[in-house]
Design a protein around this ligand. Structure first.
Ligand SMILES: O=C(O)CCC(=O)C(=O)O
Ligand SMILES: [Fe+2]
Length: 477
């Protein structure tokens, strides 16, 4: 005899027996949700009691500021509360609540009807409607083929049935169900939890109307939906800004306070005599700004030296370099010993960084054009592409970027991953490490020059190479 292996069928709607289990599961889930709510409630209750106690004591003090504090016991208690209690209160607030119940509910997910189940159930309703020519409104009120039953379809049910017809390209019936859902829709706590609003129905209704070649009515429906949830409408039409764009617009929160402004007297012995004004922007990767590290006369000379040789800046090394839309500026290389000024600037770079610049690159002076920018990039070389470049002098361990001008608007240097934007200030310089302690490129140093909105932006780069630093680079853990 041939043994028939029965394949377990998980389709719920295809037998009534199969659905009985669902009701039992639902019962357990409702109870679990209730227990979760109880736990939240207990937390709310305990917080309310805490507020009441704290308020009572505080009001005693506030009503009589001085005499309350004449008493050392009150003073002591106040200090204790503010030092110890609030810290722990904050911890209590962030303690997970009812996680066990959330997990339990989550475990039931695998037992839930799937999208296929919902499709099958919708198809069953559709079949009834079509076979017996039932009216949407009758069915919604619980009338089936002339007989009233104790059941009904609420607007969200009607929406899903309508959606089924929509998926089946039966736009006529889809529209009937959608209109019925809309007419009967009432906002409730339940619908809010589900995030099922009237605009959900309207949006699908608009799509149905488009399929029916009724663009005018579709537009009205869309406008109504947008009116109901204005933020959503904006979201559809406008892509979210990238971190780079936010940085360019000056919309990063400033993270470090002015406490991080210091006079640097230690990076090189010379700084003991002439400390430099320094602000720490980031510790990992190391990044600082120096203020007033290039005089107007020096800046003027750099520009004059650069002007005759300004060429469209490229991306890539030597023979492989190309002019690209990603980088719109002109630049010119100026050798270290070109003049007394360049010698002095290079000495200052040693003082600012503590690095040896032997074998590093020449100074690069850059002028940005109309809307000039440099898209997000790394300054370090890709090891596999540039093995020969790196072998001799090492990779670009650090960048020193001098700002030779203010820029009226735009032109910030933005580090999206560090949420840091540096706005050009004439005579200042930003210094950062491109490589980590293993001398590998640090991906957090991704940066870009934002398009100049108004003004002429000039900068001067010095890329310091790693090989000369074997005895110089301070050891970081
Ligand atoms: O001009 C700037 O702000 C940044 C320039 C830059 O990142 C570069 O030239 O590598
Ligand atoms: Fe760069």
């Amino acid at each position: 005899m041939v043994q028939c292996q029965e394949v377990e069928e998980k389709s719920f709607s295809t037998s009534i027996v199969g659905m009985e289990q669902l009701l039992i599961t639902e019962q357990v889930m409702v109870e679990t949700l209730d227990k979760y709510a109880d736990e939240l409630q207990a937390k709310v209750n305990s917080l309310k009691r805490l507020v009441s106690e704290l308020r009572t004591e505080n009001q005693k003090g506030v009503q009589n500021l001085e005499s309350y504090l004449y008493n050392p016991l009150n003073g002591f208690s106040l200090i204790r509360r503010m030092h110890y209690d609030w810290n722990n209160i904050e911890k209590y607030l962030t303690l997970p609540t009812g996680e066990f119940f959330i997990d339990t509910l989550r475990e039931y997910q695998v037992k839930m009807p799937t999208e296929t189940d919902l499709k099958e159930a919708s198809q069953a309703i559709a079949r009834l409607q079509q076979t017996y020519d039932l009216e949407v409104e009758d069915m919604s009120r619980g009338v089936l083929f002339g007989k009233q039953y104790d059941a009904k379809l609420i607007p969200i049910d009607r929406y899903f049935i309508g959606k089924h017809f929509f998926d089946k390209a039966d736009y006529y019936r889809a529209a009937l169900w959608m209109r019925s859902a809309m007419k009967a829709y009432e906002s409730s706590n339940y619908m809010q939890v589900l995030d099922f609003g009237q605009e959900t129905i309207l949006s699908l209704y608009a799509e149905i109307l488009l399929h029916q070649n009724r663009p005018q009515q579709a537009r009205v429906a869309i406008e109504k939906a947008c009116h109901l949830r204005p933020n959503d409408a904006d979201m559809y039409s406008k892509p979210l800004a990238s971190k780079y764009q936010l940085g360019c617009r000056g919309e990063f929160q400033s993270k470090l306070s002015k406490l991080h402004c210091v006079y640097n007297t230690t990076t090189s012995p010379f700084l003991i005599l002439a400390p430099l004004k320094m602000e720490i922007l980031s510790v990992d990767p190391y990044m600082v700004i120096y203020y007033d590290v290039m005089s107007d006369v020096e800046i003027q000379e750099l520009k004059t030296l650069a002007k005759p040789n300004l060429k469209r800046a490229k991306v890539g090394r030597a023979a492989k370099s190309r002019v690209v839309e990603r980088r719109t500026s002109k630049s010119s290389w100026i050798s270290d010993n070109k003049s007394n000024t360049t010698l002095r600037i290079n000495q200052r770079i040693r003082d600012m960084t503590g690095f040896d610049i032997e074998g590093s690159e020449a100074l690069q002076v850059v002028n940005y054009g109309l809307g000039g920018h440099y898209d997000t990039h790394y300054d370090f070389f890709n090891v596999s592409d540039n093995a020969d470049v790196i072998r001799l002098q090492g990779n670009r361990i650090s960048t020193v970027l001098f700002y030779l001008t203010d820029v009226e608007q735009g032109g910030a240097t933005v580090f999206p991953d560090l949420e840091t934007a540096v706005f050009p200030q004439k005579g200042s310089a930003v210094v950062w490490y491109n490589l980590n302690n293993e001398l590998r490129g640090d991906m957090k140093t991704l940066h870009a020059a934002c398009p100049v909105i108004y003004g002429s932006k000039w900068v001067c780069n010095k890329w310091i190479r790693a090989n000369a630093q074997v005895f110089k680079r301070p050891c970081y853990i």
